[in-house]
Write a protein of this length. Sequence first.
Lengths: 202, 246
Amino acid sequence: LFLNEGIMEDLRPGARLASSQVGAETFAYFLKRIHADSETAGREYARLRDKLAGYFALRGDGDPETAADETLDRVAAKIAGGAQVPDIGRYCLGVARLIVLERQRQNQREQKAFAGFSEERENRFDELAEQAYRRMQDCLERLAEKEVKLLTDYCRDAKGWEKARWRETLAAQWGLTTLALRLRVHHLRARLAECVKKNAKK
Amino acid sequence: MTEERIIAYLLEELSEAERERWEEEAFDADEWPAEIALAEETLIDAYLRGELAPAQRENFEQKYLSTPAREEKLVTARALLRHLDERQKTGAVEGKISWAESWRGFWKGWRLSFAALALIALSVGLWWRLNAPQKPQTFASVQLALSSETRGTGGAETPKVKLNGADALRVALPVPANYAAPGYHAELQTATEAVKLAAAAPQNGLVKIVIPAARIPRGQYALQLHAIDANGKETRIPGNYYFDIE
């Protein structure tokens, strides 16, 4: 929708603005364009940022928060430059799509460089899985016993109807709806994933 | 935004136009939909558990696993499921779900639902008993006169009624002979609203209505009467029946 030539040209990688490069004045002007009331504008900005981070996570970006900031910075710069933007939300989505394209191209270039070493890549994947498994042990130990029990129960090996029925049962046992149960498990898994990532940096 | 649709998006099974529309729908929501991350988790687990159809499996490997972050999600999920499966195998927790267990769980779920329904029925019954309109037991009574004047512009003095703790006010309204009809209803005009009141069948040229005391705190009121003929047609009787509550 917004990937027209004008935007492509102005937002090309060379013109990218990192967070630190957007000045206070540009940012203030951007906020004002979001909403005249500064408090409302702040809330809307945060909401927009969350949605962008969600979008980048969906597209498989490794650092969705930073990508969201980059999108907002580019949009802020564009608006400060006098661009007519009737719908800031949709415009942000357009810019986010553009950033995804750029990152995909970058990723493809890196994959091409690895193309001749597919076996090595496969081995690397197995090695990463093994490392994650070892780190996961430590992370599981940090959870409360009942949380591990919930995860174990929720992920019990079952198929189709049996799985659905089992999860309904589990939700009833925990006094939750099935959606609330799924969310709770999702948050636990997100905590574990974060913990594994942190352990990898140590 | 169904789980099937989210998974179709992730596996790139939608057309380009559908993908764009779907993204816009997600982005237009007030908050980024939580269902998306849940569906992605389901997809990864299904891949690891070997539950995807061959075509989906291929799309997962060729299209979904296109970024390092997604590979990392897969690796982490694989590590977690391996741990959990091992816990089950070593008996740290119970193993695979038996049919009987599944049935017991199903029944337990329904038992809870039945209990909840019974509780709701009991609560509604109790509430009704406590809050349902009770028939008034004690009455104050007054007979009013029809006035064609506006209040306070002369004519007969407005009757002043003291309820003295009665549950309701019983009002008798004389009906002009030319408005004799098989039925009537009245409208009570308060300072803020008009309340429709049912009237008993007329007797000796008088229509009687009962006004709950809660409806008439201290203040000035007017009643208007409507005659209802045999065909159900309503005719407003001109004038007002004024009264004050003290």
